[in-house]
Design a binder for this molecule. Structure first.
Ligand code: HEM
Length: 427
């Protein structure tokens, strides 16, 4: 490797900085520069193991699809500095805080994924359409009752995907507020307004300790749920996990807890972010709302474009298991790679006018759900929730605009609008 493959230091520093994702514009510029000048570059940031920065849509796809060469579980599948990784090892004696699908590779990954896959297919989800529509309708009614002004995140979307996934999982409504808080603490732990201790700058060791406590709280809760579902099975995902067999044996406790946590958490901050991202775009481009009202068949297009635009999951990491040549760069066995979905979704080689929001973008090959063996398990559910919400909302929304400055959460992993003040006219 030559020095020419080094990520410029200011860009490398921003790639790890949660605040840079809250501000986003500079980062978009950084990615634009990397795509055209150094599509594969090596970031060296004090305190972090060096990692390759993968910015092109095609490369993110190729790496994701070659899961025998690029592993998830070998090292942290989400960016973490050395101290955080050491703290996790010290606390748990393991490399990962949890061992969910995200931390697994073959041969375990396909076995564990197969347990719940059937639940998240189109065909199965269709059965839930009416139930999801009634949850969506109640959130739309709540918004319309807000006298023409609300915070779309707090008042409408923060709880909507949560209610859907809790119903699928089998968590009763009275426990949902607790689940919401725990998820926000898990994903928003880099954001002082969302983390458990509300401290402005937690050091990385404190962050890992805090995450460990959040995971312990989740596990306490789900341990009780497992016992309940083993004693009295129901038609829900908790029953599938609690009674799941891997190689003919009951699923291990640690993997079961991890499974609940990924299902409970992966689906709501992400889906509420892309739903809020869609509304933010409608506020900034009033022509889009008029187009959608005139032609509701564009709503699935709005959903896809909001996924591309918002990019709720900023990155996942992979580890090369053998040497591999990517463009003009040789990646070595053991190297760590950051798949930059935000960059892939603005790739000029794939998207015409990538910095414009277009509900009628066709084709729209965004990479917000990843691809390959680890492609998002809940992607059909996320799409369905958003489509239904906008099918209910758009006919009743004559006009909408921003009523303040929206803010994104500070996180280099799951980040999206955390406040979206809007003023609207209903019809
Ligand atoms: C807008 C909403 C969502 C976005 C943007 C999103 C994004 C992602 C991404 C980028 C991945 C990793 C893909 C890869 O490594 O190639 C992923 C994996 C996953 N997602 Fe989602 N997700 C969303 C909603 C959901 C929902 C509703 C669920 C509910 C079950 C869910 C469950 C999962 C699970 C279990 C995985 C791990 C899959 C595996 O490793 O095999 N996600 N998601």
């Amino acid at each position: 490797m030559t020095a020419t493959h080094d990520t410029p230091a200011p860009i490398a520093a921003r790639l790890v900085d949660p605040q840079a994702y809250a501000e986003a514009l500079q980062l978009q510029e950084d990615f634009r520069w990397l795509r055209s000048n150094l599509p594969v570059s090596r970031a060296t940031v004090p305190g972090f193991d060096p990692f390759w920065v993968i910015t092109k849509h095609a490369d993110i796809g190729d790496i994701s699809r070659q899961h025998a060469i690029f592993h998830n579980g070998e090292r942290a599948p989400v960016l973490a500095d050395r101290l955080a990784q050491a703290t996790v090892r010290g606390l748990t004696g393991r490399q990962h805080l949890v061992r969910s699908l995200v931390q697994m590779d073959a041969p375990d990954h396909p076995k564990y994924r197969a347990l719940t896959q059937a639940w998240f297919t189109h065909a199965n989800l269709k059965k839930l359409e009416q139930r999801i529509r009634s949850i969506a309708r109640s959130h739309v009614e709540h918004m319309l009752a807000c006298a023409g002004q609300c915070d779309f995140v707090r008042d409408v979307v923060a709880n909507y995907p949560l209610r859907v996934i809790m119903e699928i999982l089998g968590v009763p409504p009275e426990d949902e507020p607790r689940m919401l808080v725990l998820t926000q603490q898990l994903f928003g732990s880099q954001d002082p307004e969302l983390n458990r201790s509300r401290q402005l700058s937690l050091d990385t060791e404190q962050l890992a300790l805090q995450l460990h406590t959040v995971v312990a709280d989740f596990s306490d809760y789900f341990r009780r749920l497992t016992q309940a579902r083993r004693a009295a099975p129901r038609d829900d995902v908790a029953t599938v996990i609690a009674n799941g067999l891997i190689d003919g044996r009951p699923i291990d406790d640690f993997e079961a807890m991890s499974y609940y946590i990924i299902i409970a958490t992966a689906g709501h901050d992400t889906t509420s972010s892309s739903t809020a991202g869609a509304m933010w775009a409608l506020c900034e481009q009033p022509g889009e709302l008029a187009k959608l009202r005139a032609n509701p068949d564009l709503i699935p297009g709005l959903v896809e474009e909001a996924m591309r635009w918002t990019v709720p999951v900023q990155h996942f990491m992979r580890t090369a298991m053998q040497d591999y040549v990517l463009r003009d760069v040789t990646l070595r066995a053991g190297d760590w790679l950051m798949l930059c979905y935000l960059s892939g979704n603005r790739d000029e080689e794939v998207f015409a006018a990538p910095f414009e929001f277009r509900s009628d973008r066709n084709p729209n090959k965004h990479i917000s759900f990843g691809t390959g063996a680890h492609a998002c398990l809940g992607q059909h559910l996320a799409r369905m929730e958003m489509r239904i919400l906008f099918e209910e909302l758009i006919p009743r929304l004559a006009a909408v605009e921003l009523a303040g400055t929206p803010r994104r959460s500070a996180s280099n992993f799951v980040s999206g609008p955390k406040t979206l003040p809007i003023r609207f006219v209903s019809s």
